[in-house]
Design a protein. Structure first.
Length: 362
């Protein structure tokens, strides 16, 4: 498929395209190479904020008074809302300023308000990254402001972050991401997001730029129920970044066909359970999954269940215990998660005896 990639995409030093609806990587170049994300780090600050809102520890309607020292510290540092000492602003507006306007001062004020200190916020960012499996990423700045290279990410890790934003916080994601501009003090502050208002189905996510690292972008598009997430990094200009991101997204839709593979709750197969009240449990996906195939092929699709270890009771319904390995001719295989359809309790003495006898049968 790479021979048909647009030139703008192949010119980007780092590029990754993932079909979240299928769990497939459609294109990758240096996806595990660490780089400085600049303001893309704000996507992790957004995820932490969304987590706190969901758990009731952060109120979007709460009013924050801007600390004078903080206002002075961040005055004129990159893109800002020019927050003033003693100014009152809601948490919701701080999040909007962080995401749409990429305001560094809004991010820093939000972090200190929500966590009590900058260091505590950074602990939350890195703990969340670890929980997501972002093993090659470290955050030392809430906003991505240059920190001597301490903040480092990979394209693959940033796609994990994007998935969490989109799938774990759908309402908040729709509320705050994908806007072309925000109104602030009677003026319109334009987003640097090259997708916002320019690409059908685009709704995120975050740009980043410094002179040292070039122009980066973590983007997301959804069309006809099919969700693509992409990252391009290290491009030499805003124009090159926009072209690479747009062309990569359009290639993802034009060069690949998407087919429904398995529906939410559809039984993929049974699994044996050790010491359970039932000998087997049905395995099901927790959402619809699609599969992407090259648009010019009749590729064969094969599947098989891959267990993550012996299944031992008790098991709760909805517990992810296996994967459905999907192989498309000519492409690397990938797994989609399978969960238990029903609860299985631990077997009593009689159940264990019956299961033991049944296990002897051919």
């Amino acid at each position: 498929m790479t021979e048909r990639l647009p030139a703008a995409v192949t010119a980007a030093p780092i590029a990754l395209l993932v079909d979240l609806s299928a769990g497939q990587t459609l294109y990758a170049r240096d996806a595990d190479r660490r780089f400085r994300p600049a303001s893309m780090a704000k996507a992790m600050s957004a995820l932490v904020a969304f987590d706190l809102i969901r758990t009731g520890r952060l109120d979007p309607l709460a009013t924050v008074t801007v600390d004078p020292a903080l206002a002075a510290q961040w005055a004129g540092k990159g893109t800002t809302l020019s927050l003033r000492a003693g100014e009152k602003i809601t948490v919701a507006r701080l999040i909007e300023g962080m995401i749409t306007a990429s305001a560094n001062d809004a991010t820093e004020v939000l972090a200190r308000h929500a966590a009590g200190s900058r260091s505590q916020w950074l602990m939350l960012m890195n703990a969340r990254a670890k929980a997501l499996g972002m093993a090659d990423s470290t955050f030392a700045s809430p906003s991505g402001w240059p920190d001597g290279g301490k903040t480092q990410v990979t394209a693959r890790d940033m796609v994990r972050l994007a998935r969490a934003l989109i799938e774990e916080h759908p309402a908040l994601y729709r509320r705050y991401f994908g806007h072309a501009a925000m109104n602030w003090r009677g003026a319109s502050l334009a987003s640097r997001n090259p997708f916002a208002g320019n690409l059908a189905g685009a709704d995120g996510i975050k740009t980043g730029h410094t002179s040292e690292v070039g122009y980066n972008f973590l983007g997301a598009v959804e069309r006809d129920g099919r969700r693509l997430v992409l990252l391009v990094a290290g491009t030499p200009s805003e124009t090159a970044r926009a072209a690479a991101a747009r062309d990569l997204a359009e290639w993802g839709y034009a060069a690949w066909d998407s087919r429904l593979l398995i529906r939410k709750g559809q039984v993929a197969g049974p699994a044996l359970v050790q010491n359970g009240s039932d000998r087997t449990v049905d395995l099901v996906p927790l959402k619809d999954w699609r599969v992407a195939v090259p648009g010019d092929s009749r590729a064969r699709i094969a599947t098989r269940i891959v267990y993550r270890g012996p299944l031992r009771a008790p098991l709760e319904a909805g517990q992810v215990v296996a994967g459905l390995e999907v192989t498309v001719d000519g492409l690397p295989s990938h797994d989609i998660p399978l969960a238990t359809r029903q609860r299985v309790t631990r077997a009593g003495p009689f159940d264990r005896m019956v299961n033991g006898l049944l296990g002897l049968l051919p």
